[in-house]
Ligand binder design. Structure first.
Ligand code: GLN
Length: 291
């Protein structure tokens, strides 16, 4: 694993054990400077301030070897979050493994919308479908305090990660292994949220960048990326209390299609909301019950 990345000159590899500043300089030109700092902090288990305050501090042999290996894996494309095993979401640190999608800042919009719509339900029952790392369900449980949060996923490996995160962060969440609604009985909820797979199966992005390393089953959803969104929209009414809300994250160009799915399923108050980049990223609606 200590082989030099292709294209890098052997002569710029420090002969002796380098200091922090030199280790960071070595990574420059190979990987993003910020990524290099995150990886070095991870190896040294130290705050960013220490890298800045003690640039002359020498690395020991083990740390230098470990850091070099991480830089080379990053150079080969592995996402930083999988290399460090963690990613921040809504101000908390979540453990991530290649069994789960890496939480995205875009998904914080689902948190905001849920918090904004919980309204008068003091003990709202909230369902997160396709929880992955558990970031969404755990954040909602911690932010809402008194809510009764259930999170489901089809993947047993993902549920292990989510359960570990709930334990680490002290969140009370019920986890269910379920392929969408299949394992739910007649349970109903006040709010259903989901960040399901929504990338078109033939989208070339699946073979680029970080997405190559993430679970395909958490990303791709049929020819237009709408298969899972359609299944959730169609089934949600049977699991919502009258007056309850459904919020779905989706792709940058899927808002009209998802509003259509919600309309077909009989939802009212259908709307879409923009993410940090100004793109319609979440669509949702209210289930008013039959008649
Ligand atoms: N937002 C992710 C991406 O395109 C996709 C996540 C998903 O399919 N739920 O990178």
């Amino acid at each position: 694993m200590s082989g030099l990345p292709t294209g890098a000159g052997r002569d710029d590899l420090p002969d002796d054990l380098p200091a922090i500043a030199r280790a960071l300089a070595w990574a420059r030109g190979r990987i993003d400077a910020m990524d290099a700092r995150v990886l070095l902090r991870h190896v040294l288990q130290c705050p960013a301030s220490r890298l800045a305050a003690w640039p002359e501090q020498l690395l020991d042999a083990e740390d230098w070897a470990r850091y070099r290996e991480l830089v080379e894996r990053r150079l080969a494309g592995e996402p930083v979050a999988y290399l460090t095993g963690e990613r921040e979401f809504y101000g908390r640190n979540f453990m991530v493994t290649p069994a789960v999608l890496i939480p995205r800042p875009d998904t914080e919009l689902l948190v905001e919308l849920t918090l904004a719509h919980v309204g008068d339900w003091r003990y709202a029952r909230v369902l997160d479908m396709g929880t992955g790392s558990g970031a969404l369900a755990i954040t909602l449980a911690l932010e809402l305090g008194e809510a009764d949060v259930t999170a489901l996923d089809r993947s047993r490996e993902a549920l292990w990660v989510a359960m570990a995160n709930a334990a680490r962060l002290g969140a009370s969440v019920s986890f269910v292994q379920s392929d969408w609604f299949s394992a739910l009985g007649g349970e109903r909820f006040e709010l259903i949220v989901s960040n399901p797979p929504y990338v078109a199966a033939a989208d070339p992005h699946l073979d680029e960048g970080d997405l190559r390393f993430e679970p395909r089953a958490a990303l791709a959803a049929g020819p237009a990326g709408l298969d899972d969104l359609a299944e959730i929209a169609a089934g949600a009414a049977r699991h919502l209390e009258p007056g309850g809300w459904l919020f779905l994250e989706h792709g940058y160009d899927q808002a009209p299609a998802v509003r259509g799915l919600l309309a077909d399923a009989g939802f009212a108050s259908i709307a879409s909301w923009k993410d940090l980049a100004g793109i319609e990223r979440v669509s949702g609606g209210r289930w008013l019950g039959r008649g």
